[in-house]
Design a protein around this ligand. Structure first.
Ligand code: AMP
Ligand code: GLY
Length: 426
């Protein structure tokens, strides 16, 4: 069968790699794709993730059997609905359910209504009211969140009243995150370790993938600005059987049932961002898609044919599927452009990519790369490559991933040096 993947980052590279292992797939297309994905799929750089009409026309012309999308903005804008209306078969979340990521006030109100544990919060549509609330009620630190999609950057943790007032102005008055800041959530600051749990959901049934953990800050020891994610490890040794039991009891099934009760049945990948607090796991955020770079440490270990999984999600038969992962660990270290996440240059030549050829258990996922006019692979984003390695233990996987970061180079190559270090404490 022929599969069309929409997107062009490290997550999509990992998805395409998993799809390329399916015995059922004869051809993969990717829109727009990138220079790494181009080794496994035919990329169509001229068609973007939001060009629904062009995607649909291409899919019809090329007899595509399955369209796959796992990116927040097109899903929240109705990619799945548009493709389905055109008669295509699609793996992804429909617009009315993607709102679980697209609006923080929606997801917070959902959790409150159905008793799903999360940080206490208030929603505001008026900057002055938000400031008055902070002046009278707030305990610091406190967390401000723009309501809408903001590339993972619309969250401010404020240590005192002045920072919080400045934050409200940034989000609601200066619109630093655009229309995402028309509404905002102010919530209680939680402490604890974070774990990401990705799940396949078919509207009613849930199959959890292996747990993982991201490192969101740009600097070692979790310092500096928030980014899209600087590295991941999986499984998380902090995701214990006890946490898993509490997650099932309090969070996973309750969330999926809540969405069904709201007439917004959730199909696709549901990402639970959890914080292990002293009162048990609480939801920090939901995403309506595979995490990036969590996917780069989860899918390389997927043993089940991913097309069988996509089919079970679409057809509502996940309960009959046996979802299996390898018993190994994996670590992904992101190589970013100097200056990310603020200002960085693009177009730097990437060398050494050939070192990953035929290296079992090592992956070089491209997050931001393209071909220049001479056919060289050059940097094309803040996050450039995700270097993943598998190992018998997390420690071994980490050592191998860091060793492999030396195999490639580009001007301004930046990485954190402590990805997965926390696992030493486990
Ligand atoms: P989000 O985009 O909602 O995942 O937030 C980004 C990051 O901000 C999370 O991964 C946490 O590290 C942090 N964060 C968000 N909400 C809270 C909270 N209520 N308490 C503490 N940290 C938070
Ligand atoms: N790595 C965090 C995310 O995908 O939202």
């Amino acid at each position: 069968m022929k599969v069309l993947v929409i997107g062009g980052g490290g997550r999509e590279h990992a998805m395409v790699e998993a799809i390329s292992r399916s015995k059922r797939v004869s051809k993969i297309y990717c829109m727009p794709g990138n220079a790494g994905i181009a080794e496994l799929a035919e990329c169509i750089p001229s068609i973007g993730v939001m060009d629904f009409d062009k995607q649909i026309a291409f899919a019809k012309e090329n007899d595509i059997d399955l369209v796959v999308c796992s990116q927040d903005d097109p899903l929240c804008a109705g990619l799945v609905d548009a493709h389905e209306a055109a008669g295509l078969r699609v793996f992804g979340t429909r617009k009315n359910a993607a709102i679980i990521e697209g609006s923080k006030s929606f997801s917070k109100n959902l959790m409150k209504k159905y008793g799903i544990p999360t940080a206490a919060y208030e929603v505001f549509t008026d900057a002055q009211k938000a400031i008055s609330y902070l002046e009278t009620n707030a305990k610091f630190p406190i967390v401000l969140k723009a309501d809408g999609l903001a590339l993972g950057k619309g969250v401010l943790i404020c240590n005192n009243l002045q920072e919080a007032i400045d934050g409200v102005k940034e989000i609601m008055t200066d619109k630093k995150f655009g229309s995402a800041g028309n509404e905002m959530v102010i919530e209680e600051f939680m402490t604890g370790r974070e774990v990401s749990v990705l799940a396949f959901v078919d509207g009613k049934n849930i199959k959890l993938m292996s747990s993982s953990q991201d490192h969101k800050r740009i600097g070692d020891k979790d310092t500096g600005l928030n980014t899209g994610g600087m590295g991941t490890f999986s499984p998380s040794p902090f995701y214990t059987e006890e946490i898993d039991r509490m997650g099932w009891e309090r969070i996973y099934q309750k969330t999926v049932d809540a969405m069904a009760s709201e007439k917004r049945p959730f199909k696709g990948v549901l990402y639970f961002g959890l914080m292990m607090t002293s009162e048990g796991p609480k939801v920090v955020e939901y995403n309506t898609r595979f995490g990036d770079p969590e996917t780069q440490v989860v899918l390389p270990r997927l043993k089940t044919d991913i097309i069988d999984v996509f089919d079970a999600v679409i057809d509502g038969t996940l309960d009959k599927l046996n979802l299996e992962f390898e018993d190994q660990a994996a670590v992904c270290v992101v190589l970013a452009s100097a200056g990310y996440p603020v200002k960085y240059e693009k177009g730097k030549k990437i060398t050494g990519l050939e070192n990953f050829k035929n290296k079992e258990g090592y992956y070089c996922f491209h997050a931001g790369s393209k071909f220049d006019e001479e056919g060289n692979v050059v940097t094309n984003g803040g996050r450039v490559l995700g270097i993943t390695a598998k190992g018998a233990t997390l420690k071994e996987a980490r050592e191998k991933a860091y060793e492999a970061t030396n195999w490639v180079d580009f001007e301004g190559k930046y990485m954190r040096h402590d990805i997965g270090k926390a696992i030493d404490e486990a």
